[in-house]
Design a protein around this ligand. Sequence first.
Ligand SMILES: Cc1cc2nc3c(=O)[nH]c(=O)nc-3n(C[C@H](O)[C@H](O)[C@H](O)COP(=O)(O)O)c2cc1C
Length: 200
Amino acid sequence: MDRLHSLDAVFEHVWDRVTDAASDPRHPFRTPTVGTASADGPALRTVVLRSAERAARRLAFHTDRQSQKVKDIRDRPRMAWHWWDPEAREQVRLRGRATVHTDDAVADAMWADQDPASLAVHVRTAASGTPLDAPRDALGDSVQSEPVTREDVAPGREHFAVVRTVVDRMDWLHLHPQGHYRARFECSPDEDVEGTWVVP
Ligand SMILES: Cc1cc2nc3c(=O)[nH]c(=O)nc-3n(C[C@H](O)[C@H](O)[C@H](O)COP(=O)(O)O)c2cc1C
């Protein structure tokens, strides 16, 4: 990846990448690690980036509304997103205020927008994290055979949640052969962005 020469270029570059990833299953930024603050310390897991809205600075994924991450966010409503692309040699870290959407317009819109195959995981006989006596996926009968239809996944709607983050911090690091360099941005609620180069 070419060296970027301005803070504006870095900021736009990051939003270009996450926006592209939200619509491209093969994009290197498709499966970020997201972090929450659990009662017993930081908690990380991989998710699929499902939506990125540059103007509103929002990112979202979908999940089981009974999962640990949803409990964490309800208790402490901030979260972090992390990407490392070994080919581009860049790390992106975004942070912001997180909200959980279960039965509102945000959840309805994502449920309607997603391919049924991506929603099948929500047709579960027990909540994410429930102990089992043997390793199995606990998926319901309606999604056990392909193709999975919208009708098949309908029982999953009651378990489904969207987690959305309004990004207010960005930290970007590029391990360029001519020297590592790093930029940091703060985005205020009135949409102003303040960026600075920082020591990597
Ligand atoms: C490639 C990959 C993609 C995943 N995508 C999601 C996702 O979009 N949403 C989700 O809730 N869990 C997803 N998971 C599972 C989570 O990493 C995690 O195991 C699960 O959500 C339970 O996390 P929690 O106990 O911290 O809530 C994915 C895992 C992998 C490996």
